[in-house]
Structures are given as C-alpha cells and as structure tokens.
Ligand binder design. Structure first.
Ligand SMILES: [Zn+2]
Length: 73
C-alpha cells in the first residue's frame, strides 16, 4: 500500500459521508467540503457540501479550488 492511498484512507475516516447543504445529495469523500462556522457565543456549526456546489455559489472573484478539481493530481 502506498503512502497516497494511506493518506486517503485516513482522511476518509475523519470525514463521514454527509448531505450537501446546497443540492441535498449525499456527498462522496472525494468531493466533500466541510465548512466550520463560528456563530459567536461559543456556538459552532459544520456544514457539508460538494466542492463544486460551493464553487457554483461563490462569486467568481472568490478564489476556490474544489476537491473535484484537485482529484487529478
Ligand atoms: Zn451538492
């Protein structure tokens, strides 16, 4: 087993599958983006989305590389 595969397995174990907050579909690990929001008063919320769904919502002036776009590396 090579190092890249081990790193992938490790990150998959840290990121459970979730539902995309934009399209409502289940997210596979390769396209998962986790957004940790600080709501103030020690309140936090995590949102999950596809990288490409988030990118679609962002203004074109905001630099963002979705994991789907990095997958080819
Ligand atoms: Zn989505």
């Amino acid at each position: 087993m090579n190092l890249k595969k081990m790193k992938q397995m490790f990150s998959e174990s840290l990121h459970p599958k979730g539902q995309c907050c934009f399209c409502g579909e289940t997210i596979d690990n390769k396209s998962l983006v986790v957004m940790n929001l600080d709501l103030g008063d020690d309140q936090f919320q995590s949102l999950y989305s596809h990288g490409l769904c988030l990118k679609e919502k962002l203004h074109s002036s905001v630099p963002f590389l979705a994991p789907e776009e990095l997958a080819g590396e």
